[in-house]
Design a protein around this ligand. Structure first.
Ligand code: OSB
Ligand code: MG
Length: 370
């Protein structure tokens, strides 16, 4: 049982090594909320995967901050003694908002596991201590830059390259990357930018032996994804559409996808992420661990999840240096064989570096139990 005495919210910003453009936004810096919870026995950290704008989902940093401060933190204080696995039910009175909920749920779990001396990976049921890494490549201004970036990532050892696409910057770019890299494991991610009218684009992409096409259509349309999947050979993977294990069950049942991207932050935390994993394992659907350009705190959380047995495809669990000149934790490094170590220490197994926190913080607010 854990009694949360105080919660520190912190908004931080770190420059990205290169702009990250998707079909829905362009980011030149990473801006996110970190939560630190204090209990009698330990402290725990959680990172919110929301960004500054509600482009990926309805959630965004200022909204998440408001919700954390005015609804979720007071509910956690009022609950007094909680077990980490009960935090989801403490937050059930708030509809939706999985990213904000995951922030505190993960921080409480981290504190509980640190107090018990158990690693997050062991708690979740990991069966490996290294995971295979892929990399997600934003849309650069030119095809030449894209080819350069892909060549660099392949040379570093990344096992799967995911290309962001959007209407007009798709078939030709993928063709160029495939031509230059005939044997690379390639996928694309549309971030919901297309409609069923674009089926010819996806038929053309069928020609490039892609591992998957991620979230081609609207985030709320499982039926249209099922129609598209019947029209194309390449496996569809869903990201934005999967917000719960029930969504995963529906998507699999309808034939809307054949692969699932699991992001613990997108689905309300590690409890729901594990249930999605379990659903997919039962239904024989491969899963992999997505990412949201997390700092070392969220990265450690994702790596523990990615070590579960059903995660059979490389994750968007890239090295710190792919995102930041300087992370807020000790940097996560990838070996030349394209794998990364899963932290083995208590809880998430890493701590933010105090000077890096000081350098990156825009705002903090401390909330205390009455
Ligand atoms: O759709 O997977 C996505 C980053 C931000 C928002 C959405 C997505 C992404 C990525 C980056 O693709 C994955 C990563 O390296 O963290
Ligand atoms: Mg995606």
């Amino acid at each position: 049982m854990t009694l949360v005495r105080a919660i520190e919210l912190r908004l931080i910003t770190l420059p990205l090594v290169r702009p990250f453009r998707t079909s829905f936004s362009q980011e030149t810096e990473k801006e996110c909320i970190l939560a630190r919870v204090e209990t009698d026995d330990a402290e725990g950290w959680g990172e919110c995967v929301a960004g500054p704008d509600p482009g990926f989902s309805e959630e965004f940093n200022e909204g998440a901050w408001f919700l954390l401060r005015d609804f979720l933190a007071p509910a956690l204080f009022a609950a007094s003694e909680v077990r980490a696995e009960d935090v989801e039910s403490v937050f059930a009175f708030v509809r939706g908002n999985p990213m904000a909920k995951a922030t505190l749920a993960n921080a409480v779990l981290d504190a509980e596991l640190r107090a018990r001396g158990v690693s997050l990976a062991a708690y979740l049921g990991a069966d490996k201590d290294r995971v295979a890494c892929g990399v997600s490549v934003g849309i650069p201004p030119t095809t030449e830059q894209l080819l350069d970036q892909v060549a660099g990532y392949l040379a570093e050892g990344y096992r799967r390259i995911k290309l962001k696409i959007e209407p007009g910057l798709d078939v030709e770019r993928v063709a160029a990357v495939r031509e230059a890299n005939p044997h690379a494991s390639l996928s694309v991610d549309a971030n919901a930018a297309y409609s069923l009218d674009d089926v010819t684009t996806f038929r053309a992409l069928d020609g490039f032996d892609l591992l998957m096409v991620e979230q081609p259509l609207h985030h709320d349309d499982l039926v249209e994804h099922a129609k598209l999947q019947r029209e194309i050979r390449t496996d569809i993977c869903l990201d934005e559409s999967i917000r719960s294990a029930a969504d995963a069950e529906a998507a699999i049942e309808l034939g809307s996808c054949r692969i699932v991207n699991v992001k613990q932050g997108r689905v309300g935390g590690l409890g729901e992420a594990r249930r999605i994993h379990d659903t997919c394992v039962t239904r024989g659907v491969p899963v992999w661990c997505g990412g949201m350009l997390e700092t070392g705190i969220g990265r450690a959380t994702n790596l523990a999840l990615a070590a579960l047995p059903g995660f059979v495809l490389p994750g968007d669990t890239s090295a710190s240096e792919r995102y930041f000149h300087e992370d807020i934790t000790e940097p996560f490094r990838m070996d030349p064989d394209g794998t990364m170590a899963v932290p083995g220490g208590p809880g998430i197994g890493v701590d933010p570096l105090p000077d890096r926190l000081a350098q990156t913080t825009l705002r903090t607010e401390v909330l205390k139990k009455e």
